[in-house]
Write a protein that binds this ligand. Sequence first.
Ligand SMILES: *Cc1c(COP(=O)(O)O)cnc(C)c1O
Length: 393
Amino acid sequence: MLKRDLHQAEPIPEEARATIDALLASGDLFRYHAPQNAPVTLLEQEFAVMLGAKYALAVASCSAALFLSLKALDLPRDAKVLIPAFTFAAVPSAVVHANCTPVLVEVGDNYRIDMTDFEAKLTTDIEAVLISHMRGHTSDMDQIKGLCDARGIPLIEDAAHSLGTTWNGQNIGTIGKVGCFSFQSYKLLNGGEGGILITDDDDIIARCVIMSGAYESNWQKHGLDCNTFAKYQNELPLYNTRLSNLSAAVIQPQLQHVTRRIRDGLRNHDLMAEQLNASPHLSVPSPLVPESRAPDSIQFNLVGFSDDEAHALMRETKDRGVAVSIFGLHNGNARAFWNWKFLGDTPDLPQTKAMLMRACDVRLPASLTEDQVNAVADVILSSVRQIKRSKAA
Ligand SMILES: *Cc1c(COP(=O)(O)O)cnc(C)c1O
């Protein structure tokens, strides 16, 4: 029985207290209260430098960042946007929220976009591509970027769970026109809630800043060296999806822990992957060659399992303190596309469906010790052995 709660967060760094105390004393929780250098603005500046982007805008969630990015592209109503069929329900939701229509692309059993289906679905009526790097797994960004550029259509990256991941040494989130990240508690930086978008584009940042709720001339308080703001003032709707100074004060001191969290998360993941891959019944897909990962969870496929055996594995591991979830078998899972009923008729995506029916998901926080990782692996491996042995008997 594993004693550790795999959803337990790391404590917020002690350094956050001084800023939080000052905010409590002053009551300056609104980012536009101070004329400059609000905690939200400082977080944006530091984040942009860390990722190597020109501009950053912190907002209420990654979903809000995705929504604003799509709105900033000024697409026509009902524009078709390609997204992978393996992602979190909030991603097609952001597309719908922006009055666009998501078109789902098949994802292979390595959790990455099937490029043959991508090319086939990138028809002339597609107006934008939104790549969701689900669970931090990176699809072939060279091909995707190349195809989008050739067609002259914008690429947005949902990097909610990909902070610290690189592709050919380049930060994920900086390949597309906009990159969006999450500060929800299960991501690398924990603000409880929150998100941030990065871009180098002068028009996109101005449009996003204003639509995020920079009413009147509040865009001046962002301290951005960019002269596109004035032309959009009062021209765009205000969706008021800003971040509070209190959240920024919780997130900002975690930035200096990013490198360690990436290192430890990858160490834990690879230690676990090696053990799981030694079983003939389990398979952990390899990353693509240009990809360097920053995982805080592990995904693996069951090999030669019936539905009953797969359900038995979920029950057995849960009883032993490790909640293995199988995306497609876990009732009502928000990452199974057939549960996105708000989209209307369920599209036919046999490849993604087959993957979801056997793909397991286990959280593996960077703060786990090597012994704890081994204990998690042991729960999974011994449960698999037991299920496969009882079948043989
Ligand atoms: C968490 C997550 C989101 C949503 O992020 P929020 O900040 O909760 O809106 C979107 N996409 C992916 C891949 C995620 O992991």
